[in-house]
Each structure stands twice: as structure tokens, then as C-alpha cells.
Design a protein around this ligand. Structure first.
Ligand SMILES: Cc1ncc(COP(=O)(O)O)c(C=O)c1O
Length: 393
């Protein structure tokens, strides 16, 4: 009999089980909301990226349904062949106005936007200078580009400058950072990195996946927050988090967007969004313009919950955003904490190596604008109880 050539996968899964790092997928049995049901248990949900509660906003639902009735459920093709619908073009125009750039190209996801863009704009003779905690989609894009990859310590602009200064001036360089780091909730060293990019003629790129809809005026992102308009050549955003639907985009010059239309592989080789997705995203931009108070509510909840965790004595790292990690160190302990919180009615996902460093395992909390004070207070009480039980506090 033929032996299983994939047998080593089972061995690796067994090893994860031994280490207490094996995860089963939590299944959501209703809408993605602040208080909802996963795995038959009602929980306060601190694990989604649904910052503004837009996944269930009535206007987005209505526009998605209307677009489906009028235009059908699929686009039927990749963008560059027959899959560019007028609603895709409208979304790109609206995003460009929102981001104050000449143009925008929309991708199927934020992952595709990052990976497809870095791989398209760089090639093997180029260099990318990247923060050590940048998102996996940036790392994959760098690898696909075949450019040399130089990593600087997290947020250490002085180290980034030293790397850049040693490179030949004629060499093409891309300096890249997340706007908000997804596992730590801190902000990239944007102003200092923009200065370096200008001094040495680097392309400056920022992944604002967790900042769009959260930071800046009406949620325009960290570039707006830091007053950096015109200084970042490539801005990536996602439509899958605060915007509540699905997708990613690149905002920049008309030439950049036209180039990506011709060379970004996810754009060329993967089908575009169904019209309902584009319609929901346009509706989300309307909400950001017309109801900025939901962003204020997000921040009020963020301050309340973050302060609560810190007052209890948890290590919340350097977070400056609605993402607040509770860092416990050991991977198995993080998973245990997450499981116990869940049993007590709070869903906060455990995160361990390789997503974060081996000694920095954590549970990650994300509050949204739609959490009530009672829900957040309940979550803090559960954190206190379980934290003491596991001798974390
Ligand atoms: C920093 C960062 N960039 C990009 C992405 C990818 O976005 P999307 O979920 O739209 O693919 C994520 C999502 O996990 C992220 O956290």
C-alpha cells in the first residue's frame, strides 16, 4: 500500500497538540457583532476587526441587496478582462477622494493589495527596508519581488536610516511600515520614516489596514492623523476591517494605479468583487462622512477598556489603538487564558508563535464602537477573575 506522502503534516499537528498550541476554529453562529454566539456560547466578542460595527449596518446591508438585485451576484471575470463594473470604478473614485490621492486601485483583499503591489513595483535589483513587525502580506510581497530584504528593529527609525544610508544612492529602495501594527496596536514611525524617504529618495509605503476608519479625520488613516498627505507614495488600506465588508486598495498617483492595473498579479489573475461588496464599501464611506460620531464612540470605548485592563495590572504593551494585547509570554498560557475567558463568556483570541515572538504570546482584544459599557465592564470583570485564577495578576 502507498504510504501517505503528507504523513508529516499529521506529525506536525500532533506536535502542536503536545505544546498546547493546537487551535480549533471558533464558529460564529450569527452576525459579526459585539455580543454574539460562537460555538453555541454567548460571548462578548473582543476578537473581530469590525471596529465600527459596519458589518451589520442597515445602510450597507440595503445597498448590498440593491446591488445584488440590480447587478447579480458575481462580476464574472478578472478586472483586466471583463470584470471591471462601473460600481468598481465608482468605489475607486470615492476612495481616492477619501484618501486625498489622485487615484486608487481596489484589490480582492488587503493581503492581495500588499503582496501584489510590493511584488509589482520592485524587482531583483531593488531593496526593501521593512519594520520587523510588518504584516505577513508585506513580507510575502517582498519575497515575491525577489528584492533584497533589510529588516529594521520595530519602529527604530534611526536603524532604518543607517541601513538606507549604506545603500548605493542609485539603487531603488522601498521603505515600508504598517500604520497600526495588528498584534500590538502601536503606530508605525511614520514622520521619521517619511523624513528618511525624502532624504534618500526612497519610495515610501504604509499599510493602513487597521487605521482606515479608525485614525485621522473621518477615519482617513494614519497619514491623515500625522499630517503626512503627499509624503507617502503608496498607501494601502483594507475594506475588510472598519469598512465592514471585504477588499483592499492602493491609493497613490495615477501612474502608480495605472501601473498596478498592468502588473499587479492579483489584479490580473483573480476575479473582482461581486457588486454587493463594492456597493457596501461605497455605503461605508457615506457612513464615515455622515456619522463620524461612531468613530468617537470607538475611541471612548477604547479608552475605557484599555485603562481598565491596565488598572487591573495586565501587560498591554505599547498599544495606542483599539487593538490592546494582553501579553502573558508563554504560548500555552495564552491559549489557556483565551479558553478560560471563552468559558466565562468573553472571546479574546490567543496568539502565539509564529504570529508573534515565542516569548510574547498574548490574547488580543479589539473593542468596537458598538460595545456597550456593560459589555466592556463584564469583560473586564472576567479578565480580572481569570487573570487571578491563572496567576497572571
Ligand atoms: C496590517 C494588516 N495588513 C493587511 C491585512 C490584510 O487585510 P485583509 O484581511 O483585507 O486581507 C491585515 C489583516 O489581517 C493586517 O492586519
Amino acid at each position: 500500500m502507498r504510504s501517505d506522502p503528507l504523513g508529516y503534516l499529521t506529525t506536525e499537528l500532533e506536535a502542536l497538540k503536545q505544546q498546547g498550541l493546537y487551535r480549533t476554529l471558533r464558529v460564529l453562529e450569527g452576525e459579526q457583532k459585539a455580543h454574539t454566539t460562537f460555538d453555541h456560547r454567548q460571548v462578548v466578542n473582543l476578537s473581530s476587526n469590525n471596529y465600527l460595527g459596519l458589518t451589520t449596518h442597515p445602510l450597507l446591508r440595503e445597498r448590498a441587496l440593491e446591488a445584488t438585485r440590480r447587478l447579480g451576484v458575481g462580476s464574472g471575470s478578472v478586472r483586466s478582462i471583463a470584470g471591471t463594473m462601473d460600481i468598481h470604478m465608482e468605489l475607486e473614485r470615492r476612495l481616492a477622494l477619501f484618501k486625498h490621492t489622485e487615484a486608487v486601485v481596489v484589490f480582492q483583499s488587503g493581503f492581495a493589495a500588499n503582496a501584489g503591489t510590493v511584488a509589482a513595483v520592485l524587482s531583483k535589483d531593488d531593496v526593501v527596508i521593512s519594520d520587523e513587525l510588518n504584516h505577513a502580506s508585506i513580507i510575502d510581497g517582498c519575497r515575491l519581488s525577489r528584492a533584497a530584504i533589510k529588516v529594521f528593529p520595530h519602529k527604530d527609525a534611526a536603524a532604518a536610516r543607517r541601513i538606507v544610508a549604506e545603500l548605493p544612492s542609485a539603487q531603488r529602495k522601498l521603505l515600508i511600515t504598517d500604520g497600526v501594527f495588528s498584534m500590538d496596536g502601536d503606530l508605525g514611525a511614520l514622520p521619521a520614516l517619511c523624513d528618511i524617504a525624502e532624504e534618500f529618495g526612497c519610495i515610501m509605503m504604509v499599510d493602513d489596514a487597521h487605521a482606515s476608519g479608525v485614525f485621522g479625520r473621518n477615519g482617513r488613516g494614519t497619514i491623515d492623523h500625522f499630517g503626512m498627505h503627499g509624503r507617502v507614495d503608496i498607501q494601502v488600506g483594507t475594506l475588510s476591517k472598519a469598512i465592514g465588508a471585504l477588499g483592499g486598495y492602493v491609493a497613490g498617483s495615477r501612474a502608480l494605479v495605472e501601473f498596478l492595473y498592468h502588473r499587479a498579479r492579483p489584479f490580473l489573475f483573480s476575479t473582482s468583487h461581486p457588486p454587493a461588496v463594492a456597493a457596501a464599501c461605497i455605503a461605508a464611506l457615506d457612513v464615515l462622512e455622515q456619522e463620524p460620531q461612531i468613530i468617537e464612540r470607538l475611541w471612548e470605548n477604547t479608552r475605557f477598556f484599555k485603562t481598565g485592563l491596565q488598572t487591573l495590572g495586565f501587560n498591554t504593551g505599547l498599544s495606542e489603538s483599539p487593538i490592546t494585547p494582553v501579553i502573558v509570554g508563554d504560548g500555552a498560557l495564552a491559549m489557556k487564558l483565551s479558553d478560560r475567558l471563552f468559558q466565562e463568556g468573553v472571546f479574546s483570541q490567543g496568539i502565539a508563535f509564529p504570529t508573534v515572538a515565542r516569548d510574547k504570546a498574548r490574547v488580543r482584544t479589539i473593542v468596537t464602537a458598538t460595545h456597550t459599557r456593560d459589555e466592556l465592564q463584564f469583560a473586564l470583570d472576567v479578565f480580572a477573575k481569570v487573570g487571578r485564577e491563572l496567576s497572571i495578576l
